[in-house]
Design a protein around this ligand. Structure first.
Ligand code: KIV
Length: 287
């Protein structure tokens, strides 16, 4: 039996393909990607079946984003999402992901009041949900929170640039980091990284400001609508697979058209039920 101290995280059989051979993706592997100039992939995920598929496809990081407010719960924004809503989704994803690192959002209202509140909420997400780390939206103001969380054993990914929980403060869906705001973004990123954040996620931000952050911090960066300079990329899976109805942001690349695949299958099923061709004899128990 392997000792619990044995390093089973990776094998070094193929130096060029070390990331694929990692058995469980951890913060150290994301840091190694950054240090070697290698990229990693991240997708949102909210249930066990999808988590198993993404894990088998080799996606390095699965995020139970508070975008679950839109994609799972049908809210208009992420603001109403609660810890109690994210915990069961996190448990489902973490139970199905054998290799991917599982990160979950601290939802609006679960961390702002104090470092102690942020620690208490993160502990629930890790103990009850099985997450390996949390993601927290916010500026340099939250450096104190991050420091306390990391001291308490909670790995934190900081989320800067466009922060959807603050849409009402930011004046709507606007690209961040333009003009004077670029300097502020770098100050935020540095403060959060120095406080101990293991990575910085940058959302919907102008490329020059993103590049300054990528060059200005020692930790890996993840981008969504932030250009190609970051270590990792993340997208909301329903957006990139064409399940989301209506308009998706310009930064989304559509890799499939699941909405029409599912709609066609549902329509074909309905037709078969209505005309009696389903169930056919092979679907029936004769005795
Ligand atoms: O909640 C979420 O899905 C996110 C991603 C957009 C990064 O924070």
């Amino acid at each position: 039996m392997a000792s619990y101290l044995q390093d089973t995280d990776h094998t070094h059989s193929d130096a060029d393909d070390w990331l694929s051979s990692v058995r469980r993706v951890r913060t150290t592997h994301l840091q190694r990607c950054r240090d070697r100039g290698q990229r990693f992939s991240m997708l949102t995920c909210y249930d066990a079946l999808t988590a198993a598929v993404f894990d088998e496809a080799g996606i390095e990081v699965l995020l139970i984003g508070d975008s679950a407010g839109n994609t799972v719960y049908g809210y208009e924004s992420t603001v109403p999402v609660t810890l109690d809503e994210l915990i069961p989704l996190t448990r489902a994803v973490s139970s199905a992901a054998n290799r991917a690192m599982v990160i979950v959002d601290l939802p609006f209202g679960s961390y702002e009041q104090s470092p102690a509140q942020a620690i208490a909420s993160s502990v629930r997400l890790m103990k009850e949900g099985g997450a390996h780390a949390v993601k927290m939206e916010g500026s340099a103001y939250y450096a104190e929170h991050v420091e306390a969380m990391v001291q308490a054993g909670i790995p934190v990914m900081a989320h800067i640039g466009f922060t959807p929980q603050a849409t009402n403060t930011l004046g709507g869906f606007r690209v961040q980091g333009r003009d004077d705001a670029a300097e502020r973004l770098l100050v935020d990123a540095r403060a959060l990284a120095e406080a101990g954040a293991f990575a910085v996620l940058i959302e919907m931000t102008a490329s020059p400001a993103v590049e300054a952050v990528v060059d200005g911090v020692d930790v890996p960066t993840v981008g969504i609508g932030a250009g190609g300079s970051t270590t990792g990329q993340v997208l909301v899976w329903q957006d990139m697979m064409g399940l989301t109805g209506g308009k998706v942001p310009r930064f989304v690349k559509k890799y499939a058209d699941l909405r029409s695949v599912i709609a066609d299958a549902a329509g074909a099923y309905r037709k078969d039920v209505l005309d009696g061709s389903f169930p056919a004899p092979e679907h029936v128990f004769e005795d």
